[in-house]
Design a protein around this ligand. Structure first.
Ligand SMILES: C[S@@+](CC[C@H](N)C(=O)[O-])C[C@H]1O[C@@H](n2cnc3c(N)ncnc32)[C@H](O)[C@@H]1O
Length: 183
C-alpha cells in the first residue's frame, strides 16, 4: 500500500461521513477511516481482486468488508453469482460508499454488522465467501482472520469455496500462515 500514500498530498476529499473519508487522485478512490491517515481501501486494487478471485464466484456469495465496494462490484460481474451479501461493520463506510460508488444490483444486500457475529448467527449457507476486512496481514491480525475463517466455515456449503484477500506487501512467513487458513 505504500505506493498509494502520495494521495495524502495530492488527493481531493470528495466525501466524508463520520470517521470515513474518500479521496480521489488520478481518477482513483481511496478510503480512510479514523483520526489518522489509515488507508482501508484503494480503487486500484481491482487487478489484485481479478487475479485472486479467479473464476470462483458463483451461487450465493458472502463478502466480509465493503470498503469502497470495488470487490462487491467485481463479484457481481460474474453471471453465475445469484446473490451477494456484503457485511460491513462500519455504518460510516456504508454511507460514504453509497455516495462515491453506488452499486445498483438487485442481487446485492449490504448489512451493517460484524462479520464474525453474522457468521455465527445466520441460518444461510453460501457457495462462495470472500474475506477482506483487514488492512494488513501480520501477527496481530492473523488470529483475528483465523477466527473469522472458523466462523465462516459454519456457513460455507460442503462444496463451497472461501478465500481471503492477500495483500501483496505481506511478508513471506505471514503469507504462508494466511494461505494455510484456507486449505
Ligand atoms: C480493506 S477494506 C475492504 C475493501 C473492499 N474489498 C473494497 O473493494 O474496497 C476492509 C473493510 O472491512 C470492514 N471491517 C473491518 N472489520 C470488520 C468486521 N469484523 N466485519 C465486517 N466488516 C469489517 C472495514 O470497516 C472496511 O470497510
Amino acid at each position: 500500500m505504500a505506493d498509494g500514500l502520495i494521495y495524502f498530498e495530492d488527493g481531493e476529499l470528495i466525501a466524508e461521513i463520520g470517521n470515513a473519508r474518500v479521496f480521489k487522485m488520478n481518477d482513483k478512490l481511496f478510503l480512510e477511516k479514523g483520526p489518522g491517515h489509515t488507508l482501508w481501501a484503494l480503487e486500484d486494487e481491482l487487478p489484485d481482486y481479478i487475479q485472486q478471485l479467479e473464476s470462483w464466484p458463483q451461487g450465493e456469495c458472502l463478502e466480509i468488508g465493503l470498503g469502497l465496494g470495488v470487490a462487491s462490484e467485481y463479484l457481481l460481474s460474474f453471471p453465475k453469482v445469484k446473490s451477494l451479501t456484503t457485511v460491513e461493520i462500519d455504518k460510516d463506510v456504508i454511507d460514504v460508499q453509497k455516495i462515491v460508488n453506488p452499486i445498483k444490483d438487485k442481487r446485492h444486500l449490504i448489512l451493517n454488522a460484524n462479520g464474525l457475529y453474522y457468521a455465527y448467527e445466520t441460518k444461510r449457507m453460501f457457495d462462495f465467501i470472500f474475506l477482506d476486512f483487514y488492512d494488513v496481514i501480520d501477527e496481530e491480525t492473523l488470529p483475528v482472520i483465523a477466527d473469522m475463517v472458523t466462523a465462516c466455515h459454519r456457513v460455507l456449503k460442503s462444496d463451497g469455496k472461501m478465500i481471503g484477500w492477500l495483500d501483496k506487501y505481506t511478508s513471506g512467513d505471514h503469507a504462508a500462515i494466511f494461505m494455510s487458513l484456507f486449505e
